[in-house]
Design a protein around this ligand. Structure first.
Ligand code: TXA
Ligand code: MG
Length: 450
C-alpha cells in the first residue's frame, strides 16, 4: 500500500485542552518573560494531554494539529526531516513552499540562529537589531519575521524548502506556547487545512480536512484572530510585508526602523506568472468547493445571477425544478439582507424560521455574539410561484476584527451546505487587517466584480 493511502487510515482523536487548567507560568531569570519562561507541572488532565502530545511530537513522523491565535496549525518537530515531511504528506502540500517555525521564547530562537555555537554570556545577541522593536511590541502575536538560516542550521531543510532564510513567530496562545515548551523544539506549522482549502479556525474544521491523516487534534476552541500572521522581511531595505495578516501594516510602520515598510504582495501579480517572494502566495488558496463571487464594489446579488446559477447547476434558466440551486451570501458592511435581492420587484423571499448558529463560537469575552446563518426560499412572482433558489446568508458584522474572525468559518460552513455559489461582500483593503481579508478573498474567488 502506498504511504499516502496508509495516511488516510489513521484514527484521528480530538482532545480538548482547557487553557485555564494548564498550570502556572513562571518568568525566567532574565528581564522579560519573552526571553525565557517555565511551565510548572500541573495535575490537570489538560496538562497531561499536552505533555503526551509533546512526547508524541518528539518521536513521531505524523504531525499534531493545535490552535494558535490566528488559525489552527499542523505542527511537527522543525529539527527532524522525517517529522517535517509528515506535514507535507498530511496536507498534500507542495514541498517548494516553506513552513513557518514556531518558538515559545527568544532563547529558543537564539538557539536556532546560532546553530549551537553560542558559548556564554559575552556573546552578541544573534537576533538582528531591526527586529527588536517589532518583537518588543508584537510578540507573542500574529507576526512572522524572516531571518537568515545559519550554516549547519538545526532546522530540517524541508522547513525552508531550500531558501536561505526561515520564517519564525511566537504565537499568542498559551496552549501553543506550552506545547512548544514541553516538546522542547521549535514546531514547524502551516495552517492545518488540506492544501488549497480555507484555513481552519476550529478543531472541527481540522477534523473535516484531515480525518484519517493525523492522529491528534488539540482542541482549544476557536481562534481569536481568524486570519494567518503577517509575514515581514526586515533584512532588506526598505523592509517588506510579504503576506498581509493579523497585524496591520500601519502598526508595523509605527515601529523604529519600519517607517518606510512597503507592501511586497500584489494580488494581481500573485495570480500571474511573476514568482512571488513568499512562495506560498502563488498557489490557489483558501478555496471552498463552491464558486466564490467577490463583489468589491457596492453591488449585491443581481437578479440575473439566478439564471446563470441554474446554468451552472445544469438546469434550464427558469423551469420548475425539485432541487433549485442553493446560493450562499456573506454580508459585511453595507449590503441589504439577502444580498439586496429586493422582494416585490421580481421575486419573493420566504425566510425559513430558526436561524442556525454557525459552528464558530466566540472564544472569549470581547467578541461579538455567535454568527447566525439564515435561510430562505427565493420565488419568482408567477402564479403559482416557482422556487428559483435556496438562499443561505451569513452576516459577519461590520467590525473588521469580527469579519476576519468569521470569514474562513463562513466559507467552510456554506460549503458544507453544498451551495452552488457564494457571493461575498468585499471590504476596504487599506489600513487594518482588511488587507489580509481581501487578500484571502481574492485568492478564493472564481470571479471578482468591481
Ligand atoms: O498564522 C500563521 O502564520 C499560521 C499559524 C499556524 O501560525 N501559519 C501559516 O503558515 O500560515 P503557512 O506555512 O501556511 O504560511 C507560511 C507563509 C507562506 O506564504 C510562505 O511562503 C511564507 O510564509 N514563508 C515562510 N518562510 C518563508 C521564507 N523563508 N521566505 C519567504 N516566505 C516564507
Ligand atoms: Mg496556509
Amino acid at each position: 500500500m502506498a504511504a499516502d493511502e496508509a495516511a488516510h487510515l489513521l484514527e484521528t482523536r480530538v482532545l480538548p485542552v482547557e487553557v485555564g487548567d494548564l498550570g502556572l507560568f513562571k518568568a525566567g531569570s532574565k528581564s522579560t518573560s519573552v526571553d525565557t519562561w517555565q511551565l510548572l507541572q500541573s495535575a490537570s488532565a489538560s496538562y497531561q494531554t499536552l505533555k503526551d502530545a509533546a512526547s508524541y511530537l518528539q518521536t513521531s513522523s505524523i504531525p499534531v494539529a493545535f490552535p494558535t491565535e490566528t488559525v489552527y496549525g499542523l505542527g511537527a518537530d522543525a529539527t527532524r526531516s522525517e517529522a517535517v515531511k509528515g506535514i507535507y504528506r498530511a496536507k498534500g502540500r507542495p514541498s517548494d513552499n516553506p513552513l513557518i517555525s514556531h518558538v515559545c521564547d527568544l532563547d529558543m530562537l537564539r538557539d536556532i540562529l546560532s546553530a549551537g555555537e553560542r558559548s556564554g554570556h559575552g556573546d552578541l545577541d544573534p537576533i538582528p537589531e531591526i527586529y527588536k522593536p517589532l518583537i518588543d511590541q508584537f510578540w507573542p502575536g500574529p507576526l512572522t519575521i524572516l531571518l537568515p538560516n545559519p550554516p549547519r542550521s538545526r532546522l530540517a531543510p524541508e522547513v525552508t524548502a531550500g531558501l536561505k532564510s526561515f520564517g519564525v513567530r511566537m504565537p499568542d496562545s498559551p496552549l501553543a506556547l506550552s506545547l512548544i515548551k514541553l516538546a522542547g523544539v521549535p514546531l514547524a506549522a502551516p495552517s492545518a487545512n488540506a492544501s488549497t482549502k480555507p484555513s481552519p479556525t476550529t478543531a472541527q474544521h481540522v477534523l473535516h480536512d484531515l480525518n484519517g491523516r493525523i492522529e491528534i487534534i488539540l482542541d482549544g476552541g476557536p481562534c481569536h484572530v481568524g486570519v494567518e500572521s503577517t509575514v515581514v522581511d526586515g533584512l532588506c531595505d526598505p523592509p517588506v510585508v510579504l503576506r498581509p495578516g493579523g497585524l496591520s501594516l500601519d502598526r508595523i510602520r509605527q515601529c523604529r526602523g519600519w517607517e518606510r515598510t512597503i507592501k511586497g504582495y500584489k494580488d494581481s501579480s500573485e495570480l500571474g506568472s511573476a514568482a512571488p517572494r513568499a512562495p506560498g502566495m502563488k498557489y490557489k488558496h483558501y478555496s471552498p468547493k463552491a464558486k466564490v463571487i467577490l463583489c468589491e464594489g457596492a453591488s449585491g446579488v443581481h437578479p440575473s445571477d439566478i439564471p446563470s446559477l441554474h446554468k451552472d447547476a445544469g438546469l434550464p434558466p427558469s423551469i420548475p425544478t425539485s432541487q433549485p440551486p442553493a446560493l450562499g451570501i456573506v454580508r459585511t458592511r453595507t449590503w441589504k439582507p439577502w444580498g439586496g435581492l429586493a422582494t416585490g420587484e421580481w421575486c419573493r423571499i420566504a425566510p425559513c424560521e430558526d436561524p442556525q448558529t454557525i459552528s464558530l463560537r466566540q472564544a472569549s469575552a470581547g467578541h461579538a455574539a455567535p454568527i447566525e446563518m439564515r435561510e430562505a426560499k427565493l420565488y419568482n412572482l408567477d402564479d403559482p410561484p416557482l422556487q428559483l433558489a435556496y438562499l443561505v446568508e451569513v452576516e459577519l458584522g461590520t467590525d473588521m476584527k469580527d469579519i476576519a474572525h468569521g470569514l474562513f468559518a463562513a466559507l467552510r460552513d456554506l460549503d458544507r451546505r453544498d451551495v452552488a455559489a457564494i457571493f461575498v461582500e468585499g471590504v476596504d483593503d487599506e489600513g487594518d487587517i482588511g488587507a489580509a481579508v481581501m487578500n484571502r478573498l481574492r485568492k478564493a474567488a472564481t470571479e471578482v466584480r468591481c
